[in-house]
Design a protein around this ligand. Structure first.
Ligand code: XMP
Ligand code: MG
Length: 179
């Protein structure tokens, strides 16, 4: 069993193991394949948090697809700042494309609530959301993923792309802040 860890001043306990995460991503890949097999979707990974999930989901989706990334920022420390900033915009044309936004976690919902209209304005064929994690209790904006890995309680988590002030992103498992 994995050990509790310390990042900066905070302690975290093991929450989702590498094996649990990878097994769930394989299932998501199959679900997405059933819907997108012949559509050559464009996956849009949201950096930085979703870099690992996007890479593993890509390997679980055994069909033709394109990949692009945007960088949005809304978090400072362990709470959402409420403001969403686009650090790197989308370069790929999305008109007529089947888009799948790939997020590490949907928390308040503000990030995607801000970003979705920007994409819709460019007339894609469709937009769906794949999120590894979702905290339904934390939602401020009405927004749900179409493909969700795990619904989790409203507690801060790190690992597998998610950071606490830039530490923890490279952990292969997910850890939860201790009470
Ligand atoms: P919103 O609130 O816009 O949040 O849905 C989305 C972004 O906030 C980050 N986030 C977290 N990062 N542990 C983290 O390390 C968390 O528990 C957490 N909750 C939200 C994340 O970047 C996500 O894309
Ligand atoms: Mg993120």
């Amino acid at each position: 069993m994995a050990e509790r860890i310390q990042l900066h001043d905070l302690h975290f306990k093991p929450y989702l193991s590498e094996a649990q995460i990878q097994a769930r991503i394989r299932e998501l890949g199959q679900e997405i394949a059933a819907d997108y097999q012949d559509k050559k979707p464009l996956f849009i990974g949201i950096l930085n948090g979703a870099f690992m999930f996007t890479a593993d989901l890509a390997r679980a989706c055994h069909f033709d697809a394109d990949f692009a990334f945007v960088r949005l920022k809304s978090y400072e420390g362990t709470s959402s700042s409420g403001e969403v900033i686009t650090m790197i915009g989308l370069k790929a044309p999305v008109e007529g494309r089947y888009l799948i936004l790939v997020e590490d976690i949907i928390d308040t919902g503000r990030t995607l609530h801000t970003f979705l209209p920007q994409l819709q304005a460019q007339n894609p064929a469709s937009v769906r959301i794949a999120a590894l994690l979702s905290k339904p209790e934390a939602r401020v904006k009405p927004l749900e993923a179409d493909y969700t890995g795990f619904e989790i309680p409203n507690k801060f988590v790190v690992g597998y792309g998610l950071d606490y002030n830039e530490l923890g992103r490279n952990l292969p498992a997910i850890y939860q802040l201790e009470d």
